[in-house]
Design a protein around this ligand. Structure first.
Ligand code: HEM
Length: 385
């Protein structure tokens, strides 16, 4: 858990909060007034949080008595130092990473910032002449907002990093034994014993299942990444991307044995989204269609248009012949690990929907009236229409 401090982003927050030199000067001007109350501030925190079941242990168990109180004192006085520089950003970032390490419930961090705010406002009301209260009030609001933003940023970044490390670690640990299992089964399949029907069937099952697990592990990592990654918004030519994904499918499916019909809108449609994620989305939707298509009558169609329900969106409709067995609750279709196919991982549709919903789009599946399955994908238009 050693995320690098994203100084540029943090300075961007500072700028957006209009925490400029004049605000810092105002904070400095009243610095001694607030610094004189730092012990009172940390005693207030101590008293408050030692009465809460979920937080009292942090005060009871410390490296040495009073360490946390000292941290709070130093931070409080530091707010009024007039220097929101790199070391200030470092301290705030570190507070977020430490709060993740100690597993502090973030709701209590938010609560503590509310307390800090009201403590400062009380001092202003009591000690600052009425005519000057607005300026210092405003500056205090800005610096506290910045601290909470940085702390929250570090908290989210580190929490995600921890999850990601664990998931990638599990994936790695599972992938290696699966490769060994796969290799051994391939070797066994070449031995004379494997000619026995039952033995061969067993080897085949082990091989299919280990490949399914391998895919599942990779897709869980992808799902997690899609879920957490900030989208890199770009204008994407829809038909170009769909054609590329269809082309990629050729290496996995025998398109010659299948009636694939493409019906794109006459003009290129533009989508606003993250190209990696929309590519992934289309690939999973098409995989789903290829895997579910009726082998007796294999037809898949891919059509694009502006969404008739909302012209700010484009619509991609993928139809395949075959059955759709709907669960009692249709929402389950998009829940991770839900699969009706014996070799399915249950991750494809969840990844596709997560990628679409991130950019305000959606993915839905329906039974077509005349038979077959329709998958509808809506995505935001990228040409400002
Ligand atoms: C305005 C609110 C808060 C601020 C500004 C703040 C700030 C900080 C800072 C700067 C650190 C030191 C980080 C490091 O160098 O590792 C820290 C650590 C810590 N904070 Fe917070 N914190 C706040 C609220 C809380 C609350 C509500 C609790 C729980 C009651 C808490 C518990 C801790 C603990 C246990 C540590 C580790 C102390 C140690 O290293 O021994 N903090 N905090």
């Amino acid at each position: 858990m050693n995320s690098k401090v994203p100084y540029t982003r943090l300075m961007f927050f500072k700028e957006k909060l209009e925490l400029d030199q004049s605000s810092e000067n105002i904070l400095l001007e009243y610095g001694s007034l607030f610094a004189a109350r730092k012990k009172e501030f940390s005693a207030y925190f101590e008293d408050f949080f030692s009465k809460i079941e979920q937080t009292k242990h942090y005060l009871e168990v410390q490296d040495y008595p009073g360490r946390l109180q000292k941290i709070w004192e130093k931070w409080f006085a530091g707010l009024f130092s007039g220097r929101v520089d790199q070391s200030f950003l470092d301290m705030m970032w570190k507070s977020g990473t430490t709060h993740v390490k100690i597993n502090l419930d973030h709701r209590y961090v938010n609560l503590s910032y509310c307390l800090a705010r009201s403590f400062c406002l009380k001092i202003i009301r009591e000690q600052v002449p009425a005519g000057q209260q607005n300026d210092i009030n405003e500056a205090v609001e800005k610096i506290l907002d910045l601290c909470l933003l940085i702390e929250t940023d570090a908290f989210i970044t580190n929490t995600y990093q921890c999850d990601q490390e664990v998931i990638n670690g599990i994936a790695h640990q599972i992938r290696n034994p699966l490769t060994v299992i796969g290799g051994n089964i391939m070797r066994l399949k070449r031995t004379p014993d494997s000619k026995d029907n039952m033995v061969e069937g067993t080897y085949e099952t082990i091989l299919t299942e280990s490949r399914r697990m391998e895919r599942m592990v990779a897709e869980v990592c992808t799902y997690n990444e899609v879920f957490h990654k900030y989208p890199e918004w770009q204008v994407i030519p829809l038909h170009e991307q769909l054609n590329k994904v269809i082309e990629d499918c050729k290496s996995s499916y025998d398109l010659d044995k299948l009636d694939l019909q493409i019906g794109f809108a006459p003009l290129e449609l533009m989508v606003l989204g993250d190209p990696w994620e929309t590519g992934l989305l289309f690939r999973h939707i098409l995989d789903n269609a290829f895997e579910a298509v009726d082998p007796e009558n294999p037809v898949i169609t891919v059509q694009t248009s502006l969404d008739p329900g909302n012209q700010k969106f484009v619509l991609v409709e993928v139809f395949n012949t075959g059955q759709l067995s709907l669960p009692d609750d249709p929402k389950q279709l998009f829940t991770p690990f839900y699969s009706t196919k014996s070799a399915g991982t249950g991750m494809g549709l969840s990844i596709a929907r997560a990628a679409a919903q991130k950019i305000k789009g959606n993915v839905s599946l329906y039974k077509a009236l005349g038979g077959g399955v329709i998958c509808m994908v809506t995505l935001p238009r990228g040409d400002g229409g």
